[in-house]
Design a binder for this molecule. Structure first.
Ligand code: TXA
Ligand code: MG
Length: 375
């Protein structure tokens, strides 16, 4: 969605190309305000990460449950000692390989990091975003920025400034408009305080890549990996929820209810694609027959199968190409949001299979879905 510079109610829209914009945004943050800014993943809702009152404002702007901690964004590894008590050897290897980039590290927090940021945990999540506007803003502020995704709690994450206005217009002090984000799903969160280290949230950096540096990385759902322990606690279940409190909340949801149609194994082949589109058509026709307004979040490969559905009134849009999961990651929230803007009752969404970004895509879709069916 295109946005014009100027004021939307009380929200200042600052085009990032304006040479004054970064300085003005930094001043707002240093005065305890909130500024939404682009990263390579999604837009963040930024505030001074060392100012407890500013961080509290972030929670209230988002309507975020206070027990869900926030990621601190830094401009480079040199800022790590300001937020982390100790930086283990493995962290150095990961930072060298993947920062700036969509990898968030959970480390032991340093005293002075407000409890508001960590929701009272002894750990802090830190990342260095790979986006020139984000980096310039952090440098201009000179302090770590606390920044969750810039959406109302539980909703789809924003991938452009128009999305942020839709979510937080009139609630956030300013938006730095740096155009659409490239990756489209959030960073991968890795806990380095557990043994072995564990993925707490799959994201834009696939586990296969992280394992090149960290071979014993634990990913929930993987077979054969040894579950990490801290004082003998299992990762999954209650202990896992306590370690990453955000995981227990519903997330990434449009207003319409979502039915996720999982892809069977080998969905890259014609068979799998025929099966999933047949299932989507059956569900969508049933819903249309009940007089509901129906959307379909499809893929490039299945689009031709849905011409009949469009003729019957369904709104069909493609998230991207199955053969290139990065296009689906980039199009995921954008497609769901654009379908949601049409005031639909139900969105039937196709699942994907495969490793790599497939894990993050299915994680987000499963959290958005009220119902999951197999194809
Ligand atoms: O790509 C991203 O990570 C985006 C951009 C803006 O940087 N940010 C983002 O933040 O997705 P948010 O707040 O929407 O998600 C942060 C996740 C939540 O699942 C939260 O529970 C987890 O990180 N988290 C934060 N601090 C943590 C900690 N100390 N221990 C475990 N999990 C933590
Ligand atoms: Mg979020």
């Amino acid at each position: 969605m295109e946005v014009l510079p100027g004021r939307v109610r009380e929200t200042l829209v600052l085009p990032a190309s304006d040479p004054e914009a970064i300085r003005r945004a930094a001043d707002i943050i240093l005065a305890g305000g909130t500024v939404a800014f682009p990263t390579e993943t999604v837009y963040g809702l930024g505030a001074d990460g060392l100012n407890p009152l500013a961080v509290r404002r972030v929670f209230s702007v988002k309507g975020r449950p206070p027990d869900n901690p926030i990621i601190l964004h830094i401009s480079g590894p040199e800022m790590l000692p300001a937020v982390a008590r100790e930086v283990p050897e493995v962290a150095h290897g990961l930072v060298k390989e993947f920062w700036p980039g969509p990898l968030t590290l959970v480390l032991r927090k340093r005293e002075g990091v407000p409890d508001e940021v960590t929701a009272g945990l002894e750990t802090v999540a830190v990342r260095c975003p790979d986006h020139p506007v984000a980096l310039a803003l952090i440098r201009a502020v000179g302090r770590p920025l606390a920044a969750p995704s810039a959406n109302r709690s539980g909703r789809l994450s924003p991938t452009d400034a128009g999305d942020v206005i839709e979510e937080l217009g009139g609630r956030v002090d300013a938006i730095l408009d740096g155009g659409p984000t490239v990756l489209g799903v959030e960073s991968t969160v890795v806990d380095l305080t557990s043994s072995p280290p564990a993925v707490l949230r799959p994201g834009a950096l696939p586990p296969e890549e992280i394992r090149r540096v960290l071979p014993d990385l634990f990913v929930a759902g993987d077979r054969g990996g040894q579950a990490p322990s801290r004082e003998g606690a299992a990762h999954e279940g209650a202990a896992g929820a306590a370690r990453s409190p955000g995981l227990k909340y519903g997330h990434y949801a449009p207003r319409a209810s979502v039915i996720l149609v999982r892809a069977g194994g080998g969905d890259g082949g014609d068979d799998g694609i025929a099966r999933i589109s047949a299932k989507v058509i059956a569900r969508a026709e049933g819903l249309l027959g009940r007089g509901l307004r129906v959307g379909v979040a499809a893929t490039d490969e299945t689009l031709p199968a849905y011409r009949g559905l469009s003729d019957k009134g369904a709104v069909v849009a493609s998230m991207g190409e199955r053969a290139a999961l990065e296009t689906i990651a980039a199009g995921l929230y954008r497609t769901l949001r654009s379908l949601d803007r049409q005031g639909l009752d139900v969105i039937v969404v196709e699942g994907v299979t495969g490793g790599g970004l497939g894990l993050a895509i299915m994680d987000r879709l499963a959290r958005a879905a009220g119902e999951v069916v197999e194809s």
